[in-house]
Design a protein around this ligand. Structure first.
Ligand code: ADP
Length: 613
């Protein structure tokens, strides 16, 4: 995520755009090349939000670039519509609307299938442009005669004709594009997009409607593409049919990879390298079509040696020079020997109850069964937990504990049975909805947002609680979300990670990652918290620390904990339910469970044999 120093990037961009016409000619850049770079840069701003920030690799952006371009060019050349800016905006809206419809289809799949669908859709658009719609688009001739913009100010008219004069108009459009893109990536929506890129499963589980946010990113990218497509026609005084080709989409992806993804300026830098090399190798060195060979080698070298592209490489270099890494390593060591915090903060307020009159058990499962083919993972489980209770669940490996939790949080649907949460039937709801109602879990295997810092991780979870599952506050800053800072700071203190708040997850020690895993669940302010093996993989010292942490967060909260560490679990909980072969073997107080003959038998006969006597 970009650093949030107010207006620094905006100011530097403005300065860069103002000085460019004075500096770039000395470096051999023709004004037309600079204008083309800016159009690619603008096209790439939206694409980077989609690919770099959200992690959705689309090879179909040419469809929207072409749509916006041809709608604008058609209006300006065939209908007598003379307002260039108006036509560009209409083209942008048409592209965004198309993006919405295409997104509804393409986003049904993820990964390579999503990418393949976008390729196919772009090919369909290319075909339609050349054949059924050729009367409107000019087919292979394109649409010539696209006018340049002029603005009547009353006392004078400003014309942006070509070269550096047109540069002023395109640079202004690019600058506005940058300001909007920066607002978006710094907004709550921008934060959630990065979370989706890093771990869509967890983004869903903490309560975000990720499909809605992915669709938003898709539409934003289409809108930028549409506007840039229109500008291409203006720049060339002609809307070329090749805007719709796969080459256009491929070139955008490569330019973004060369420049650096998730930087917003990567596509601009990539386009500069691309177009400069093209001009330089073709004209100056007279390589003709062979220039692509050189470009290919440059691309492979850059992608192999600079994984974050040119901007990512420069950022790494800056990190090395400023000794940031050394400092961070020292912090890690320091944190590993960090003593547990002295006084745990007061328990965090849980989400408000929807129907306060309800006074029965907070959770009641009846006849819960889960079959995987012939295998019965859970069979006819009746289970009830009271408000404020601390319940432990034990059972040998394969007893069905994790499956039971997955059904309670609606990650998997039961084959039969019913789950009531606070008197409400939640069977068949989605995991996002259940989390929004106040029931969530921490995972057995960490599910963190690995590319983000500790604070950013907790921010994502807290945002789901504070904003609901979907909200389009694209232009709000994170600091504008009421209660967010307090909730994040409080959770940081609860899980004893305040000193590590700005550390990337990748640099945390294992015990710290486990605490953050619990913190992610806590930051959604659940009324019922399920913890799936919170002590798994921890050293004895980390266990002691985490048990203390669990005791402190248990105050005022209902929790169900699965763990194999009986001593720690029995110290924590009030009642224990034992599962065996997918069924409830027995429930009782820790003392009753310790002395129960059937439990002794299950454990001594099972893998563990470690039950405390
Ligand atoms: P536990 O958490 O107690 O170790 P699990 O709930 O993970 O037990 O698994 C219970 C049984 O269900 C195991 O036999 C496991 O192999 C099976 N199982 C769990 N998940 C799946 C799945 N997605 N597909 C098929 N079988 C599964």
């Amino acid at each position: 995520m970009l650093k949030q120093r107010p207006f620094l990037i905006e100011t530097l961009t403005a300065i860069g755009l103002i000085v460019a016409p004075f500096v770039l000619p000395h470096l051999g850049f023709a004004p037309n090349t600079v204008n083309r770079i800016l159009v690619w840069g603008l096209f790439g701003l939206g694409f980077d939000i989609l690919f770099g920030f959200t992690g959705l690799l689309s090879f179909g952006q040419s469809a929207f670039y072409g749509t916006g371009g041809f709608v604008a060019a058609y209006l300006l050349t065939r209908t007598g519509f003379s307002n260039v800016l108006g036509a560009l905006v209409i083209g942008m809206i048409a592209a965004a609307a198309t993006g919405y419809l295409i997104g509804l289809i393409a986003l049904r799949r993820t990964g390579i299938y999503f990418a393949m669908i976008t390729v196919a859709i772009a090919e369909v658009f290319f075909f339609v442009e050349f054949n059924p719609l050729s009367d409107f688009t000019g087919g292979e001739n394109g649409l010539p005669g696209v006018p340049t913009p002029s603005f009547n100010l009353g006392f004078t008219t400003i014309h942006f004709t070509n070269g550096w004069s047109l540069y002023q108009f395109i640079a202004l459009c690019y600058f506005i594009g940058v300001i909007i893109a920066l607002r978006i990536v710094r907004s709550p929506v921008g934060a959630i997009l990065s979370a989706i890129r890093d771990n869509p499963l967890r983004a869903t589980a903490v309560g975000h409607n990720i499909h809605g946010y992915k669709l938003t990113a898709f539409v934003i990218a289409a809108a930028y593409a549409g506007f840039a497509g229109g500008l291409l026609g203006v720049l060339q005084a002609f809307m070329p049919p090749d805007a719709f080709t796969f080459d256009t989409s491929g070139q955008l992806v490569m330019q973004t990879a060369i420049g650096g993804r998730a930087t917003l300026f990567g596509p601009l830098v990539g386009a500069t390298v691309w177009l400069f090399l093209q001009d330089f190798l073709q004209s100056a060195l007279g390589l003709g079509a062979a220039w692509k060979l050189v470009l290919g080698v440059v691309f492979v070298l850059l992608v192999c040696f600079l994984r974050g592209g040119i901007i990512g490489g420069l950022a790494d270099l800056y990190g090395l020079v400023s000794g940031k890494r050394a400092r961070k390593a020292a912090e890690t060591e320091e944190a590993e020997i960090e003593t547990p915090q002295q006084a745990p903060p007061a328990p965090m307020q849980a989400k408000e109850v929807e129907h306060p009159a309800y006074s029965g058990p907070i959770l009641k499962a009846t006849g819960l069964t889960k079959r995987y083919g012939g295998l019965v993972a859970n069979s006819d489980i009746d289970f009830s937990v009271d408000q404020g209770e601390l319940r432990g669940i034990i059972g040998p490996n394969g007893a069905g504990k994790s499956t039971f939790f997955k059904m309670l949080t609606c990650e998997v649907a039961p084959t039969s049975g019913q789950i009531m949460f606070e008197g409400r039937d939640i069977t068949g709801l989605k995991v996002t909805e259940v989390c929004q109602l106040g029931l969530t879990k921490s995972y057995q295997v960490n599910q963190l947002f690995t590319g983000l810092t500790v604070r950013q991780n907790l921010t994502i979870a807290a945002l789901a609680e504070l904003r609901g599952k979907f909200r389009l506050d694209l232009f709000r800053t994170l600091s504008g979300v009421k209660g967010l800072t307090e909730q994040v700071e409080h959770t940081l203190a609860l899980v004893n990670l305040t000193r590590r708040a700005d550390t990337p997850v990748s640099e945390l020690a294992y015990g710290e990652k486990r605490r953050l895993e619990i913190g992610l669940a806590l930051a959604t302010s659940p009324r019922l918290l399920l913890l799936d093996e919170p002590l798994a993989g921890m050293s004895p010292r980390e266990r002691v620390e985490t048990v203390k942490l669990l005791k402190s967060i248990a105050r005022g909260r209902t929790m169900i904990i699965i763990d194999h560490d009986m001593d720690s679990l029995f110290e924590l909980v009030e009642r224990v339910t034992v599962l065996q072969e997918g069924r409830v073997l027995v429930s009782g107080t820790p003392e009753e469970i310790k002395t129960n003959a059937a439990v002794q038998e299950a454990y001594l006969g099972g893998v563990h044999g470690e039950i405390a006597a």
